[in-house]
Design a protein around this ligand. Sequence first.
Ligand code: 48F
Length: 260
Amino acid sequence: MSIENVISSAIVRSFCGKLDDYLNIDVALVGGGPSALVAAREIARNGFKTAIFERKLAPGGGTWGGGMLFNEVVVQDSATAILDDFNISYKPIADADGYYTLDSVEMASGLIFGALKAGAKIFNSISVEDIVFKEGKVNGLVINWTPVERLQMHVDPLTVIASVVVDGTGHPSEIIRLATEKAQIKLNTETGKILGEKPMWVDSGEASTVTNTREYFPGLYACGMSANNTAGGYRMGPIFGGMLLSGQKVGRMIVDKLKG
Ligand code: 48F
């Protein structure tokens, strides 16, 4: 076999084996933002089969660009243990006790690496376009290549079956929205519907991101900004403690549930 053939064949066989192995899993996370990456590490390190499906080529979500493309972000005391666990560095802000700055590129790459090294798989350039909904429960995801979605090609999708689905899609809460609009499910919120994100109020948003992280319907959880949008929390901008703690919370909740 020529080297050209070896390379192509190895990639095709390796990728297809990986995808085939992950068509029936314990936990499917939609979106590879910071909250889902922390959750994926937590769940995978507990031995559960875990995959993230990320629409973009690069996972990391809103982490890379810091604040207004100044590639630094802020994290508070309560979340530094999570950064330590991922081996991500941070430095104190001189005039603000308990707050730290860190390089957003180190944070994005560190979270991705940490999730992968714990055993989670990340499938990038794949968009989740629907849920599998059977017998009153969310059972998995309907997936397609992002270029197919972007070019609006008329190509049928494939499915991933999962015991638990996590909406980590950030501000739009895409999966929760699909579930309410297409499966017409009633959410575990005040109105049974998505309440929608409120304007910026940093400390309230940071706290509510964690409070709002929960199971919204049997088999369907939300974390990060998706949880905050679903339950009507305030936004917070480039401070990331709430996102990290939300990921840790949803990860622990799911591990407890799966361990029974
Ligand atoms: O928004 P995002 O970074 O998620 P997060 O964990 O973190 C929010 C912060 O980055 C920031 C913030 C903190 O102050 O407010 O915004 O809540 O990442 C969401 C990821 O989900 C992907 C999207 O490309 C992004 O990388 N995504 C969204 N919809 C889909 C999706 C979909 N339908 N299929 C696959 N991926």
